[in-house]
Design a protein around this ligand. Sequence first.
Ligand code: HEC
Length: 159
Amino acid sequence: MTCALPSATAVPRMSRRGWRHIGPCPAVLTFFIAIAGSAPLAQEAPPGWPAIAALFVERCVMCHSGEHAAVELHLDSYEGATTGSKNGPVLIPGDAASSELMRRVLGESQPRMPFLGYPLEADEIALLEYWIEAGLPEGETVSATKTLPAPALAEESNK
Ligand code: HEC
């Protein structure tokens, strides 16, 4: 059976047939409302390394790459960034506040980064923070909600 979305005409018809017949409908409806509600969040899925690399290339790698990388911190590769500097890790997965890299771009730890350059923009800082809090995903993160509706729809059409 197909489950019609409630409308001015469908609702009275449904009530005549009894709620037992449309038992699954409110649940399915709630599901789609939940999906719709989480859509804006899905668009803001955590960034992966490619997005972070683009930022580092623009603002950091001139000093943090190659043989003479400052404090031996290499920000031109995922391995380099996650390995850290000669002083240790600069990125702590899931803990932006304690990550030295975050503290440097915020100026909580001196000298502020980018060294002698103008500070990062607020949205660039937010991007870094989101990436660290999300556990430093290496690939582009695919939103779970993009794949979720498919099985539900398949299940519906099988009825
Ligand atoms: C002009 C060169 C330059 C640029 C550009 C630069 N850095 Fe640095 N960075 C340095 C130098 C030099 C140090 C060492 C400073 C110190 O701690 O005395 C350093 C230190 C650091 C540290 C501290 C590492 C540790 O463990 O002590 C971090 C983290 C860092 N940089 C991140 C960045 C990030 C992220 C960017 C880009 C947003 C960046 N840097 C841009 C030169 C640079």
